[in-house]
Design a protein around this ligand. Structure first.
Ligand code: XMP
Length: 326
């Protein structure tokens, strides 16, 4: 019978058998899938696993800390954090085209990840076993979409900055290959991961980089991080986290409008709220959020976030709109 306890026990046994005494690495994105995959492998092989987290500076408020503290606290995993904000922001300087941004972020991510891999291999060196396995949080729907083939390392490459090149010299460990998203969440719970990780809403790999319409820089990222944190705080306080699929918060950095605040005229940027309901993100509808919640978010963002003098609500379904703005 299918119980999460059985799933965990069987996966742990299978991972031990596959990996033996060798070492494995796993890229953490902060998302549910990579977190649960890592926690399962950690349970199976302990310190033979090293997780790598690339902090590209495009994360939301508190997110890196969540990976660095909460995840490590819950699993005891060995974590290598690579601070790469400057590298990413330098690469993104002057770029406003969405596809261009995505390509740059994906490319830099892979470079940083490969560098971290090389360092780990070098550290292992004479001391012990080589790193031969790469853990991926591939789910059953990913496998189906790829036609059931083995090339699963590439499925998400256009969509996920975790996409790896074709010529990786690793064997893949994919403990979630037979699971659906809701089952992955149950396994995560069974493994003792905190709710904030298990019930996390989807967040795109390229992060806030594709939620700033216009050029990406530190000042704009800080501004968007503040607005996003307020929206999330109010949605959580209203108990709406599990009702909505996700709520991108977008900064229209290239748009300004006139406003009035205190005694003075302002000329600031709009923030867009994009709350959506969805089953699988292929299609989506805009969420009918309670007016009082929208009102609180709007008041707080315009009061608390510098340079923002307007909050607008995106009421487009998908299609024709996508969930993200870029
Ligand atoms: P769109 O904007 O295409 O988004 O309607 C559909 C879902 O995918 C997420 N998304 C991404 N996730 N890397 C990811 O890991 C990406 O590059 C990416 N782009 C979009 C988006 O947040 C939504 O859940």
């Amino acid at each position: 019978t299918w119980t999460t306890t059985n799933v965990v026990e069987e996966s742990v046994a299978a991972i031990r058998e596959q990996v033996g005494t060798k070492r494995a690495i796993c890229g953490l994105s902060g998302g549910v899938d990579s977190a649960v995959a890592a926690a399962l492998v950690q349970k199976a092989i302990g310190d033979q696993l090293t997780c790598v987290y690339v902090d590209h500076g495009l994360m939301r408020k508190g997110e890196s800390e969540q990976v660095e503290k909460d995840f490590v606290a819950a699993t005891g995993v060995q974590l290598k954090v690579v601070e790469a904000e400057e590298r990413f922001l330098t690469a993104l300087a002057g770029v406003s085209d969405p596809e261009e941004k995505r390509k740059i972020i994906g490319r830099e991510f892979i470079r940083v990840f490969e560098q971290a891999q090389a360092e780990l291999v070098a550290e292992a060196g004479a001391a012990g076993e080589a790193v031969e396995f790469l853990v991926q949080g591939t789910l059953y729907p990913d496998v189906v979409e790829s036609g059931g083939g083995t090339g699963t390392a590439n499925i998400k490459s256009h969509h996920n900055v975790g996409g790896l090149p074709d010529d990786i010299e690793f064997q893949l460990v994919e403990p979630l290959r037979q699971l659906f998203k809701d089952e992955v969440r149950m396994v995560g719970q069974e493994l003792g991961l905190p709710d904030e990780i298990v019930h996390r809403q989807p967040f795109p790999g390229p992060g806030l980089g594709i939620r700033i319409v216009g050029e990406v820089n530190k000042e704009r990222l800080d501004l968007l991080r503040e607005a996003d944190a307020i929206a999330r705080e109010e949605l959580t306080a209203a108990g709406l986290d599990r009702d909505i699929w996700q709520c991108p918060v977008v900064l229209l950095a290239d748009v300004r409008s006139v406003g009035v605040q205190g005694d003075g005229r302002t000329y600031g940027h709009p923030i867009v709220l994009r709350p959506v309901s969805s089953e699988d993100a292929m299609t989506a509808d805009w969420s009918r959020l309670p007016y009082d919640v929208l009102s609180r978010i709007s008041t707080r963002i315009t009061n608390e976030v510098d340079q923002v003098n307007r909050v607008v609500l995106d009421i487009t379904s998908k299609p024709p709109g996508t969930i993200e703005w870029e």
